[in-house]
Design a protein around this ligand. Structure first.
Ligand code: NAD
Length: 482
């Protein structure tokens, strides 16, 4: 049985069972899960618990997206037989609401940690040796914590392009975009990936003139082209200008605090007309946060690219009692992947042999329409010469989607041709990020399309589109005349 001892703070302590460095969705979930099983856990966090996801990522962006959805619905009220006049957004209030949502959830995490008797030590954690963590608090004081096991969960930070002008005042990252006091009139977003496109829709829907510059020949490069195309079309309709296959080479300071973005065709090197904007949002990826952690200094190895901390399937580093989870491993920069990696690390620390499996990690992109996917994508199946069947169903033939007035997009299921087992699926359209749960369950538990097709789905609902896609992969969709 664990004995609680808060006296550790401020001195070298009796060893904790586990010290977790970083309180994001990886670290805090690991801490709570371990404490729940009787381990004596200390969590070191330099900021507010909840990490990037809760404080500067998933949650605040989704709160703002909600504002844009309400605004759009009111602007389109007449389509639904309603009248809404003089509809406008109060940006400051929308931002204040976002902050309240975040604050409420942070409180929830703090309560969770306290209820499970996790000792939270505020400050910057640094590995001194494989069982000692030095924590530097805001006032410069340093204390040492001893632990039998250590979990590194320090997350990631935005990448800054190594081009002239990156440090200009008008250039912001996603954290600063969430702290703006007022809406800019114009914005250039460098990077048409997940962060770039989510922000493009947020700002464009709020009335900002947005231009996206993407290096590759498609926005949202990892997803299938047919899904990305739906979002591309919708972005154009929302007034977002998009340049693909374009490389930014410099940012220069313009008049009145504006910036001019110099860019070129990435294939030919031909210069494209400069773009001037009030703000330039850089969203060209994130990199593991290793600075000041002392991991490399004590011999923790990095992966082959030298980016993230190298871990095995148990989330263990090359040093037996040190584990790493979440973005700092650069495996899959997703909050829910980090949390799951945390469970795997704790299981192994507590003597349960558990392996991390990446074959059914859902991906959710909150553009308009949303995109969600899990498992094998159609393009992966083609690249790997897999013998698959593709079952597809459009939301245009789904009753609920039509009643919502939101029937763009489709569901796509990928099954093994010989067994019918669902190995992947993607959705673009209404509720995609919620709907992916059903396909994730199917992929994780190797359900067949027939099993999904023989499961009664409530009518009229959006999940019927998955049911129909399962029929499409088998003998043909019930509600498609093909
Ligand atoms: P990303 O890798 O998804 O996208 C970066 C984009 O920038 C890419 O499309 C890349 O081709 C482009 N790019 C790179 N250099 C460029 C240049 N010089 N000029 C123009 N374009 C350039 O990275 P992100 O959007 O910054 O997100 C970072 C991480 O955070 C990702 O791993 C992402 O999965 C994760 N994240 C996920 C979600 C979600 O799942 N909803 C939301 C936010 C962030």
């Amino acid at each position: 049985m664990r004995e609680r001892d808060d006296a550790g703070v401020g001195s070298v302590t009796a060893p904790y069972d586990i010290a977790v460095i970083g309180g994001g969705p990886g670290g805090y979930v690991a801490a709570v899960y371990a404490a729940r099983q009787g381990a004596r856990v200390v969590l070191v966090e330099k900021d507010t618990p909840g990490g990037t996801c809760l404080n500067r990522g998933c949650i605040p962006t989704k709160a703002l997206i909600r504002t844009t959805e309400v605004y759009k619905m009111m602007q389109e009220a007449v389509r639904y037989g309603c009248r809404a006049e003089k509809v406008e957004v109060n940006f400051k209030r929308a931002m204040a609401r976002k902050d309240r949502v975040v604050k409420g959830l942070v409180k929830g995490v703090e309560t969770l940690l306290a209820k499970h008797e996790v000792t939270v030590v505020p400050g910057l954690g640094r590995l001194v040796d494989k069982e000692t963590v030095a924590v530097k608090s805001g006032d410069g004081e340093e204390m040492l914590l001893k632990a039998r096991h250590i979990i590194l969960a320090t997350g990631s930070e935005p990448v800054v392009l190594p081009i002239p002008g990156s440090a200009s005042e008008a250039v912001i990252d996603s954290t600063q975009a969430l702290e703006l006091d007022e809406l800019p009139e114009t914005m250039v977003i460098i990077g048409g990936g997940v962060i770039g496109m989510e922000f493009a829709f947020i700002f464009a829907r709020l009335g900002v003139k947005v231009t996206v510059i993407e290096y590759l020949d498609q926005i949202l490069p990892p997803v299938d082209e047919d899904l990305a195309q739906e979002v591309f079309r919708s972005a154009r309709m929302a007034g977002i200008q998009i340049y693909t296959q374009a490389r930014v080479t410099a940012i220069t300071e313009g008049e009145g605090g504006q910036a001019a973005v110099v860019f070129e065709n990435a294939a030919t090197g031909e210069a494209l007309p400069e773009l001037t904007a009030d703000k330039v949002l850089m969203a060209v990826g994130r990199r593991p946060h290793l600075e000041g952690l002392g991991a490399v200094e004590i011999g923790v190895e990095l992966d082959a690219n030298g980016r993230g901390i190298k871990v095995n399937e148990r989330m263990q580093t090359n040093i037996e009692n040190i584990y790493a989870i979440g973005d700092v491993t650069a495996k899959m920069m997703l909050a829910h992947a980090a949390s799951h990696q945390g469970l795997v690390a704790v299981d192994n620390i507590l003597g349960r042999d558990t392996l991390m499996d990446y074959s059914a990690v859902p991906n959710a992109i909150f553009t308009d329409p949303e995109i969600a996917s899990v498992g094998v994508a159609e393009k992966d199946a083609a690249a790997g010469n897999l013998n698959v069947r593709v079952g597809r169903f459009p939301f245009a033939a789904n009753g609920k989607a039509l009643t919502l007035g939101n029937s763009r997009g489709f569901v796509k299921l990928i099954t093994e041709a010989d067994t019918g087992v669902i190995i992947g699926g993607s959705i673009v359209g209404p509720g995609a990020t919620d709907l992916i749960g059903e396909i994730t369950l199917a992929v994780q538990h190797r359900l067949t399309a027939e099993q999904v097709a023989r499961t009664i789905h409530a009518h009229p609902t959006l999940p019927e589109a998955i049911f129909e896609a399962a029929w499409a992969a088998e003998s043909g969709a019930l509600h498609l005349a093909e």
